[in-house]
Design a protein around this ligand. Structure first.
Ligand code: NI
Length: 167
């Protein structure tokens, strides 16, 4: 069975490649000039800090785009799931500027690959042991929605840092 698309409500009818190209710039713009206090803020009690959110975005750019490379080059490739929370814990703390630079550079590199994918490649089915059957298209749409999902978190963190006690 084909796996449901996470973040489908955020992506809607937008072109996932357009979003993948544009959202990192929106995130970079939002966090421009942030100091340590801003980076240590969060969007809700007990959740990842802004610094960890940016680290998570860089890590998922590695994890998800690697699935695309492997799906295109490995016979009978099956997705290897990973625990994103454990990845963040493993590399916290990381300088947010380092994580942000990695996220932006990786996305630029990966977009070259994303934009070259043929419709056949994008439609290629990939077995996922937890989600059922996914595809490269599924990964692209998930990644595009994932950016927006965490952009919202950063926007909330930014608002709370400015005004921790809204009326
Ligand atoms: Ni996430």
């Amino acid at each position: 069975m084909a796996a449901a698309l996470p973040y489908a409500d955020l992506v809607g009818a937008q072109d996932p490649l357009d979003l993948l190209a544009s959202t990192p710039g929106r995130i970079a713009e939002l966090v421009r000039g942030w100091d340590a206090r801003r980076w240590s803020g969060t969007y809700a009690p007990g959740k990842w800090t802004a610094a960890q959110l940016v680290l998570h975005l860089a890590q998922d750019e590695i994890g998800l785009c690697n699935r695309i490379r492997l799906a295109l080059t490995v016979e009978d490739y099956v997705v290897q799931p990973y625990d994103g929370a454990r990845w963040v814990a493993l590399e916290s703390p990381t300088e947010p500027e380092t994580a942000l630079a990695a996220y932006l550079a990786l996305r630029r590199l990966n977009l070259v690959l994303y934009e070259r994918l043929t419709p056949d490649q994008r439609a290629r089915p990939i077995p996922h042991p937890e989600m059922g059957e996914i595809s490269i298209e599924w990964i692209l749409r998930t990644l595009a929605g994932h950016d927006l999902h965490h952009l919202r978190h950063l926007q909330v963190a930014e608002r709370l840092a400015r005004d921790p006690d809204p009326p």
